[in-house]
Write a protein that binds this ligand. Structure first.
Ligand code: NDP
Length: 476
């Protein structure tokens, strides 16, 4: 597939291409252009030229295009999901969820197209002010490989509804479904230049987008270290930033919890998308009274997961997205064993066997007796590895949950309202779930505190973040 600039499919200026590898088989399924700074400049020029007409449309007209795009994504959801599984690795059922989720987001923003609302301020004899919300201009969106379709929706729904134009850079391992969806937006009637997609390495294409003086905002999802780099690069032009930098979400299970429901929650919370989710359960804290029973059930469930190519209907968990991730996870768990920082209860190594030999498969892994300063508690573990700790009471659970530089999500599993209140008030997180984990509806703001980033995706908060106020002062 080629890039999309000004409504036209564009190969790279120097004809170089990036191979897109199926992580289940190691096979090359397609190639995309290795774009460059020149391509970014062309895309920003196209977005800049399209801005005037697009921003002058009514939000209702823009919303109608998003509605149509949502319908087209639903129409093609099976093909899109298959493509997503082939480039990303996740089971087909998860890809279908994700593609439908993207359609839901586009539809949600279309449905609030009476917004963003302004305000009128009466100043007595001094006059009246009319405060409107206007778009920022050309925005940049940098997409990761773990949930590329839903994250594309989170960024382009509010950005386009608010009247901005966009240059989007997909992750180099998962550009195909993003390009296909960009094509559907054109089919839905999006004018040329409003959405441009430039493929290529983050270090060149991503950096050129961040540094471009005419790009007013960057919305980035990915690694914490990359987020810090982007913040440095963006500071010369005073850009607005939304940075969603991952997390190390704690899940706390108290003695009064519904254990069977909580085991389901831990399983899905950690092993969905092979653990490659920013709000995955990354640390599990069990009250000591139920820890043994819980682990007995959880180990059995983990060991019964079917690992395989995401296109096979029986697959519960696919491969990791790329070889670097497989190596990162493998070395992290090896280190736990070598440094005696925990006990591997199940899993603990890449999946072996002829069905797995060319892919990037890792076994779902549970680690107990984890040392308090182990690397897997300090860093974001982006794979199917779950450290499990036992706590004597709620205070200890909250103290341990807060021993993290991140603060994205957290969940409490209990039937007790005072426990819920205490966790909600004391745990550092942008979202606290009760008796569930992972769900992120388009209507509510999503984002974290501390090293989990700045700004919010979704809801009116994201829409506001793609606008600025402009005031008309009427001095009668
Ligand atoms: P990155 O942060 O490097 O990649 C995310 C996106 O940023 C990709 O589109 C990437 O492009 C782009 N990018 C990379 N470098 C730059 C740069 N200098 N300027 C602008 N854009 C850039 O993550 P990785 O793929 O390297 O994954 C590493 C770790 O990050 C994972 O192990 C995980 O811990 C974390 N991560 C967290 C995610 C989350 O949702 N919380 C999502 C993805 C990763 P390209 O693909 O071309 O490199």
């Amino acid at each position: 597939m080629d890039m999309l600039i000004n409504g036209t499919a564009v190969p790279a200026t120097d004809e170089a291409r990036i191979k897109v590898i199926n992580p289940a088989t190691g096979e090359c399924i397609d190639t995309v252009p290795r774009g460059s700074g020149t391509d970014v400049n062309a895309a920003v020029d196209a977005a800049d030229a399209a801005f005037g007409t697009w921003s002058e449309k009514t939000t209702r007209d823009r919303g109608l295009i998003l509605f149509r795009a949502a319908e087209l994504v639903r129409r093609d959801h099976k093909d899109l999901a298959r493509l997503l599984t082939q480039e990303q690795g996740k089971p087909l059922k998860e890809s279908i969820d994700e593609v439908r989720g993207c359609a839901n987001i586009l539809e949600y923003y279309a449905s609030i197209s009476g917004q963003p609302a302004g305000e009128a301020v009466h100043l007595g004899k001094a006059g009246d002010c009319l405060v409107t919300r206007v778009p920022l201009g050309v925005c940049g969106a940098i997409i990761p490989w773990n949930m590329p379709v839903i994250i594309m929706g989170w960024k382009l729904g509010p950005a386009l509804l608010a009247g901005n134009t966009l240059v989007l850079k997909p992750a180099s391992t998962t550009p195909l479904t993003n390009l296909r969806i960009a094509g559907l937006l054109q089919e839905a009637g999006l004018p040329h230049g409003v959405l441009n997609v430039v493929t290529g390495p983050g270090e060149t294409v991503g950096a050129a987008l961040v540094k471009h003086p005419r790009v007013k905002k960057i919305s980035f999802t990915g690694d914490c270290a990359t987020g810090h780099r982007i913040r440095q690069m963006a500071k010369d032009h005073l850009k607005t930033l939304t940075l969603e930098l991952g997390g190390s979400d704690p899940m706390i299970v108290m003695a009064d919890a519904d254990i069977s429901k909580a085991v389901d929650g831990a399983l899905r919370g950690r092993f969905y998308n092979a653990g490659q989710v920013c709000t995955a359960v990354k640390r599990l804290y069990l009250h000591e009274k139920i820890a043994e029973e819980f682990m007995h059930l959880l180990i059995a469930r983990v060991e019964s997961l079917t690992i395989g190519n995401g296109l096979l209907p029986a697959t519960d968990m696919g491969p990791l997205n790329n070889r670097e991730q497989l190596e990162r996870i493998s070395s992290l768990v090896r280190e736990v064993a070598e440094q005696e920082e925990g006990t591997i209860s199940t899993g603990g190594s890449p999946k072996t066997g002829s069905a797995y030999k060319d892919g990037f498969f890792y076994q779902p892994t549970l680690i107990t007796d984890v040392a308090p300063d182990a690397a897997l508690l300090k860093n974001e573990v982006f794979g199917p590895v779950l450290p499990v700790m036992t706590v004597p009471d709620l205070s200890a659970a909250i103290r341990e949950a807060n021993r993290s530089r991140y603060g994205l999500g957290a969940s409490i599993w209990t039937r007790d309202i005072s426990t819920i209140k205490e966790v909600y008030q004391r745990v550092n997180a942008g979202i606290v779930w009760v008796n569930r984990h992972l769900t992120i509806p388009p209507e509510v703001p999503f984002g974290g505190t501390n090293e989990s980033g700045i700004g919010r995706e979704n809801g009116f908060h994201a829409l506001d973040s793609y606008t600025q106020t402009k005031t008309l002062y009427l001095g009668w």
